[in-house]
Design a protein around this ligand. Sequence first.
Ligand code: GUN
Length: 305
Amino acid sequence: MRAHNITANGAIDMSSIIDGKAHAARLRERVGEAAAALAEKHGVTPGLTAVLVGDDPASEVYVRSKGKQTRAAGMASFERRLPAQTGEEDLLKLVGELNNDDAVDGILVQLPLPKQIRAERVINAINPQKDVDGFHIENAGALAVGADALLPCTPFGCILLLKEKIGDMSGMHAVVVGRSNIVGKPVAMLLLREHCTVTIAHSRTRDLPEVCRRADILIAAAGRAEMIKGDWIKPGAVVIDVGINRVGDKKLVGDVEFDAAMKNAAAVTPVPGGVGPMTIACLLRNTLVAACRRRGISVPESLRE
Ligand code: GUN
């Protein structure tokens, strides 16, 4: 079968690469416009606090990038840094302080946390209205029953990319590879909300290649470099690669073999430049939404789900 997204001269048709960077830039622009309107009409500047415990280099990069993009969108960015040996009680105390700080609309505790701290306890201590990661059990539960929730940023970013690419996903078969609380489970819930038929596959799934081959939409969130091969992809499928795996010193690859996937898929997100930029853009969107909801201000149309 001739793959439909290879041009006559054998090159890859670039229109089938989903440009997450460009989508994210447009979303950040809408957040910036909404922040400017909020300041003008209500005198409110939404604030996001990132809490970083220890000095994990990847977390440093994420937190710096989040801070920069928050400020660029016209919102306030705060950082609270604690040493790697911080105890759980001290971190809980800081979370309590931020819950009570009116200048803080969003609280993000950067993961992973050091071993002596139970992440679950800390996440569930955050005021759910300020839980811009959408990880609090109350937000996870609200998503599961279809109530209003702050949505986890990476899954939300995946759905926005799919909506742009496909439009109506009703009745399509979506396969999610990975069952984490941060990506796999919530993205499956969001796909259900879009009326997809959803399969959640994972490391113990029997005949994973065959399960993947049934996917009209394939979400790769297993966290294993290039584990999903090109011939696991149904011709015409849309592939969202959530993986960010460092191979060697510098190179980043996804969970999908990108070049091979492009031969079968209708569209694929690249790594980097696919889902990653959407995650931060959704975090900014959640901060603005949290600032509005906490004050009873209606969320701007351009940022509704
Ligand atoms: N570490 C890696 N990704 C994330 C994220 O989306 N949120 C938080 N809090 N920590 C992370």
